[in-house]
Write a protein that binds this ligand. Sequence first.
Ligand code: IFM
Length: 505
Amino acid sequence: MRIVPDRTVRRTTSASASPVSRRDVLRLGGGALAAAALAACTPGADAPSPTVTTTPTWTPPATPMRLPDGFVLGAATSAFQVEGSTTADGRGTSIWDTFAAQPGNVRGGATGDPAADHYRRWEQDVDLMADLGLGGYRFSVAWPRVQPTGSGAVNQAGVDFYRRLVDRLLERGIEPAVTLYHWDLPQPLQDRGGWAARDTASRFADYAAVVVDALPDVTGPWLTINEPKTTAYVGYGSGYHAPGVRDVDQMVAAVHHQLLGHGLAVQALRASGASARVGIALNLQPVYPAGAGADDAAVRADAVENRLFLDPVLVGAYPDDAIGDRPGQIPADPAVLDALVREGDLATISAPLDVLAIQYYGVTGVDSGGQHVQLYPTSDAPWQQVHPEGLYETLVRVRDDYPDAPPFVITENGIPDRTPEGTTEDAERVAFLRAHLQQVARAVDDGVDVRAYYAWSLLDNVEWAEGLDQRWGLVHVDFASQERTPKASARWYADVVAQHAVPPG
Ligand code: IFM
């Protein structure tokens, strides 16, 4: 079903919840949704019986679904997850270096070194992309490589790395797409409060100006911030990600300051005079009511999962129903957010964009108490409830609810291998990608303006707190030898790119 937000829902003003219930609810945010969702849906007498109404089941055609001319089919990575070489050539320390160095934070004790050693093997990786015929490559710039302390002095060696990468991509006919921030905040900025501090937003805009100055010829999407929801909810809420903070008020501050940083970076990118197509990457997911009386909680959870980010960026207002003490809400005092928002902030945050980047992994259910529950099968990432039609619903919903939204690009969509060792015979990923690409083609056929799709991820990499145990790549990486081997999904995807069409199953 499509949850139609009831924009008349008013926030409550009562006191915030106890620290314990805060923590429990906060665990639901972003990637950390997993544990709590699973806990909530353990089969047994108390398991809710879901009443889910989705859009009618859709049967894909038996013939290939052609994508529009100019539609970019690519793959994505992020700096910390693939680059390695965390101390090379003047790179500064990021919050993920600090976090991963603490035993117990990352599974198996993995760190950002060597990751997929992409900092040294980038030429080989561009060749790999060219062999697959990819039309686009979305990568992120590591802020601490470019500005080791997060402000001031620029590290030319870091800038040069991305310059060389872009040059080679352009030579090979692969359109680069730049993400400015994919979670690797310079540690010195965290020492001054990180995203809970307003000043970080201004430092981010300065950094954006440096990067666009170096890469003015990148005409693919320029994405300011990757998944501000995950950083806020998992980095500052559950503490499962760097910087490992567990504080609901800092979490709310991290929402606002990242969005403000986005808006200020948009100004910096525009001021550069480069023809950057600017956007932000939001991870969105449909929220379905699960069980009797869950509709209101699901609408509030939709505010938390989706509208807390879509509304300020696309209409310049925060929703009234995301924060409070009612089921499904972020258990903070709404006055905390009000106090952060200064005159002009929302105008800055809602400056017109050229693209909206949507990242889609699945859906969630919410019961009447606001607890996340499992309604669909999960992948090996337990937070990921796989439901391809949810991607279609998301695209149509954002188009319909935000008529002034710019064209969409899908900048992440994927699934981990079933085994920690990884496999190159990943039939499950092929089925996943096919089903999701069919929903993209369906949305396009229904008039949604989607311009690109980037599979997550090009390479097996460091999956944050899951370390090397979850492999999301189209290409297998042997982390000992760093040998790359395209999986069955890479070969299948290369065929999709070549045909410019999604074949039937
Ligand atoms: O690996 C992450 C990526 O960095 C951000 N989006 C979700 C992916 C899978 O968890």
